[in-house]
Design a binder for this molecule. Structure first.
Ligand code: PXP
Length: 242
């Protein structure tokens, strides 16, 4: 069995374009669950460019599936996670200038900061996942630090430049997933997965969950377009009629 975690950050990106009230992130979460999402993922970034603290509060109240909070391993975020107690926290690298998360967390270099954050979260019963590259040293350090889960970074696979590169990146994912499973870690994967490249990753039996955002929200905008324009046209015609 393989679970789907739907990342709804882009819904908040559209809302923040006007700093207004719509679209409402909790509505998107409810509809994603209706579509079959097994969990909902949000990334509360330090600069609050999309998801806001209020979104986290509301989702904790109303979400009917587990909430996975992506965040940087900072004191501020650790305190927020402990106050809100999501089912899972995924620690990710964060740089202000990046468009999205670029590459996995280097848990070998940053083992002290990550270890501290991980311990604090686990002491409060929050499961911790580390978003890492498919690399044996990173997997082994994740186990050493006491992570429950790793999320393998699939960006290198999804951005492969040709078929040989794609196969090589897929082999990296398989090897890392197998090692992680042997270490007793739960294995998730994500980043850049879409309707065409997801199949090969979903076929890796050691991976139990995929986290997908951009491709799903992109398609949602388009498949909802006909209905949204129709409803607006209807409202206009009604108004003209008086
Ligand atoms: N997993 C992690 C850790 C991420 O940071 C992201 C992007 O926010 C995703 C998965 C989803 O990536 P995408 O939006 O490309 O599907």
């Amino acid at each position: 069995m393989i679970h789907l975690g739907v990342n709804i950050d882009h819904v908040a990106t559209v809302r923040q374009a006007r700093r207004g009230a719509q679209p409402e992130v909790i509505h998107a979460a409810a509809l994603a669950v209706l579509g079959g999402a097994d969990s909902i993922t949000i990334h509360l970034r330090e600069d609050r460019r999309h998801i806001q603290d209020r979104d986290l509060r509301l989702l904790r109240e109303v979400a009917t599936v587990p909430l996975n909070l992506e965040m940087a391993a900072t004191e501020e975020m650790t305190a927020i996670a402990i106050a809100s107690l999501p089912a899972c926290v995924t620690l990710v690298p964060e740089k202000r200038e990046e468009l999205t998360t670029e590459g996995g967390l280097d848990v070998v270099t940053h083992q002290n900061a990550i270890g501290q954050c991980l311990k604090a979260l686990k002491a409060h019963g929050v499961a911790v996942s580390l978003f890492i590259d498919p690399d044996a040293r990173q997997v082994e350090m994740a186990r050493f630090l006491g992570a429950d889960t790793i999320e393998l970074q699939t960006g290198s696979y999804s951005e492969a430049i040709n078929a040989a590169d794609r196969e090589a990146r897929l082999a990296d994912l398989k090897t890392a997933a197998r090692l992680a499973r042997q270490c007793g870690l739960r294995v998730h994967a994500g980043h850049g997965l879409d309707y065409h490249n997801v199949q090969a990753v979903a076929a890796i039996a050691d991976i139990v969950e995929l986290n997908i955002g951009h491709s799903i929200i992109s398609r949602a905008i388009l498949v909802g377009m006909v209905e949204a324009v129709r409803a607006m046209k209807h409202a206009m015609v009604e108004g003209r009629r008086g």
